[in-house]
Design a binder for this molecule. Structure first.
Ligand SMILES: *Cc1c(COP(=O)(O)O)cnc(C)c1O
Length: 379
């Protein structure tokens, strides 16, 4: 099956005795059995479900749907993007191990790596992945994992995944990529032999800003380890959120196509504005588009607060990827946890605005940003 067909047909046909066209929501904490022999079937691997923390049809559906699109053997859905990242990391790294991560990480991932993993005695170095020699120099005997994002936030650097996996292979290291911004519609890191791909399904997979979820994909061996972490650390996703995310997933192609097109038009328009010092928008992320996030740095002396006040119907939110266009102030939200010197080195400035472009009519999107830019012009 091709991408779009797979995108809506990942669910198995239902049992013949079921009458619902869509998969029902198994809103249950556990599953019941005819008798003890029947229950034994679960432990013999002849039945799939026992207890929702260990597995549920709706959450398994989400894992499978994303794994199909990523081209992976197995996927597991979790309670959030962060818990999916943690499960993936702990499937590879244990106490005493070392990880090298890109320094332009999503803020929440930075928090997890810099502070929480230290308590597990897992050491993380943050390196500029544009400088692959610097990454190589950081590799030590204890290093087990290289971690990056396919399109970074908020400056939208597109990772060179070929070079990334080549370096890992040279030293026998595992690799993990956060594919949240790109989605499998644009980039499929497993095609570059990345070991684990992770998503905040809270973003484009769900697509409607109405749930928190994560998905991790990879080969069966590694994913069985990751799944065991999810079960034993209790970071499973609830059935209803699994069902909602699965519903959202089916329109991933349509949403991405429209959102990427709107974003590329907006990026072009903003490039010509005197009130905009710089536009960040990828050039060659994929042959299907360059993503739906546009980051701008306002001209010196612009009134950022006034810009945010004048955005009319565009909501100011600390997230991205919904069908509605929204904006974020990275320095105030996603990048607040990063040390100021790191932010400065990365070029994440106090005049930076990250726009998550939605599915509205492009003329309306352009109008609203034109108006806000005019209001923000020079204090
Ligand atoms: C939002 C986000 C996360 C964290 O996901 P949650 O669902 O909020 O836990 C991780 N990585 C990226 C790139 C994100 O945008």
């Amino acid at each position: 099956m091709r991408f779009q067909t797979k995108n809506v047909h990942f669910q198995e046909k239902l049992e013949s005795n079921e009458i619902s066209k869509t998969k029902p929501i198994y809103q249950t904490s556990a599953f019941s059995f005819q008798d003890l022999d029947d229950m034994e079937n679960f432990f013999q691997g002849k039945k799939d479900y026992l207890y929702t923390r260990m597995g549920n049809p709706n959450t398994d559906d989400l894992g499978k749907g994303v794994a199909d699109l990523e081209g992976a053997e197995m996927g597991v859905a979790t309670s959030s993007g962060i818990s999916a990242i943690l499960a993936g990391v702990l499937a590879i790294a244990k106490s005493g191990d070392h990880i090298i991560a890109t320094e332009d990480l999503y803020g929440g991932t930075y928090q997890l790596f810099a502070h929480e993993l230290a308590d597990f005695n897992i050491d993380v170095s943050f390196v500029n992945f544009e400088n692959i020699d610097a990454v190589e120099k950081e590799i030590r005997d204890e290093t087990v994992l290289l971690y990056t994002e396919s399109i970074t936030n908020p400056l939208l650097r597109v990772e060179d995944l070929q070079r990334f996996t080549e370096l890992a292979k040279k030293y026998g290291l595992k690799t993990m990529v956060d594919n949240t911004f790109a989605t499998p519609y644009l980039i499929r890191p497993h095609e570059y032999e990345v070991d684990l791909v992770v998503h905040s399904a809270t973003k484009y997979i769900g697509g409607h800003s109405d749930l928190s979820a994560g998905v991790l994909t990879g080969n069966r061996e590694l994913m069985e380890k990751a799944k065991s972490k999810v079960v034993h650390l209790g970071s499973n996703l609830g059935p209803f959120d699994g069902w909602l995310a699965t519903r959202g997933l089916k329109t991933l192609s349509l949403r991405m196509e429209k959102q990427c097109r709107n974003a590329s038009v907006l990026a072009e328009v903003l490039r010509d504005k005197p009130q905009v010092k710089q536009v960040f928008y990828p050039k060659h992320a994929s042959d299907k588009g360059n993503g739906a996030i546009v980051t701008i740095d306002l001209a010196d002396g612009s009134d950022v607060y006034e810009f945010f006040r004048q955005l009319d119907w565009v909501k100011v939110v600390p997230t991205l990827a919904g069908v509605e266009t929204s904006v974020t102030y990275p320095v105030g939200t996603s990048h607040r946890p990063l040390p100021e010197e790191t932010r400065e080195r990365l070029g994440v400035t106090a005049s930076m605005v990250r726009i998550s472009v939605g599915i509205e009519d492009e003329e309306d999107i352009i109008d609203v940003f034109n108006k806000a830019l005019a209001s923000a012009e020079f204090k």
